[in-house]
Design a protein around this ligand. Structure first.
Ligand SMILES: Cc1cc2nc3c(=O)[nH]c(=O)nc-3n(C[C@H](O)[C@H](O)[C@H](O)COP(=O)(O)O)c2cc1C
Length: 217
C-alpha cells in the first residue's frame, strides 16, 4: 500500500466515458426494485457503468450558477458539496472528480476489506467497487452558497454531512436498482481508511456503499 506521489497522481488519472443512458427504466420501476443486496459478485463493472453510477451518485448535472458553482445530482447543505466519493477497487482507492469526470488515484493496493463493516466478516464481500463517503467540514464553512448560522456549529455540521451522504447513497441505490446491480450501504473501518487515504484534519470517513453484479445473476 502506498500513497501516490503528486506526479503519479496527476499522470495516472483514469478518464471515465461520458455518462450515457443505458436503459429506460422509470424512477417508479427503480423504486420498486430498490433493496440492499449483500451477495455481490467480484466481477468488474465496465467503465461506462462506473461512470453512470458515479454521475447518478453525485455527478455534475447543470452548469455553474451565479455563485460559480456547478449543480450536482444530490442536494447538499448550502450547496457546499462537502462529500467526496472515494472509490475502492482491487488495485487501489481513487477520488471521483465529478467536474472532470475522472478517477484520481490516491492509494494503491487492495483496501476493500477496510471499506467493510468491522466485525461483519461473515459476509464474503468482494464487491468490485465500494464508494467511501468522506466529508470535509471545511467546505461547509467556506461554501459559496447561502450561509446559515448552523454551518459553524459542529453538531449541525455533523447532521448536514450525514444527511448529504444519505442523499447520495439514495441515488446509488436507485441507479443500481434501475441497472439490475446489487448495492449495499454499510459501515466501514473509518480509522484504517482515514490513515490509508492520508485525510486532512477537517475530513472524516462516514460510511461506505458496495456495488457490483448480484452474485449468481
Ligand atoms: C445508516 C445505515 C447503516 C447501515 N449499516 C449497515 C452495515 O453496517 N451492515 C449491513 O449489512 N447493512 C447496513 N445497512 C443496510 C441496512 O441494514 C438495510 O438498508 C436495511 O436492512 C433495510 O434493507 P433494504 O435496504 O433492503 O430495504 C445500513 C443502512 C443504513 C441506512
Amino acid at each position: 500500500m502506498a500513497l501516490f506521489s503528486s506526479q503519479e497522481y496527476l499522470s495516472s488519472a483514469v478518464r471515465l466515458p461520458s455518462p450515457a443512458k443505458t436503459n429506460d427504466c422509470s424512477v417508479f420501476t427503480a423504486l420498486g426494485h430498490r433493496r440492499t443486496i449483500r451477495d455481490i459478485s467480484p466481477a468488474k463493472l465496465p467503465p461506462q457503468i462506473i461512470s453512470n453510477l458515479l454521475w447518478a451518485a453525485f455527478g455534475v448535472n447543470r452548469p455553474e450558477n451565479k455563485f460559480g458553482v456547478s449543480g450536482r445530482t444530490a442536494a447538499s447543505a448550502s450547496n457546499s458539496q462537502e462529500i467526496d466519493l472515494y472509490v475502492a477497487q482491487k488495485d487501489g482507492i481513487y477520488l471521483y472528480d465529478a467536474g472532470k469526470n475522472l478517477l484520481q488515484p490516491v492509494v494503491s493496493g487492495d483496501l476493500r476489506s477496510a471499506a467493510l463493516t468491522p466485525g461483519q466478516h461473515s459476509i464474503d464481500a468482494e464487491a468490485p467497487l465500494t464508494i467511501i463517503f468522506v466529508a470535509d467540514t471545511h467546505r461547509l464553512t467556506a461554501t459559496r452558497g447561502y450561509k446559515d448560522a448552523g454551518l459553524e456549529d459542529p453538531e449541525v455540521q455533523k447532521a448536514y454531512c450525514y444527511v448529504d451522504t444519505g442523499l447520495i447513497a439514495g441515488n446509488v441505490y436507485l441507479y443500481a436498482a434501475a441497472e439490475g446491480l446489487a448495492a449495499w450501504f454499510h459501515n466501514c473501518d473509518k480509522d484504517r481508511l482515514a490513515k490509508a487515504l492520508g485525510l486532512r484534519s477537517t475530513q472524516r470517513v462516514l460510511f461506505a456503499q458496495s456495488v457490483g453484479y448480484p452474485d449468481g445473476a
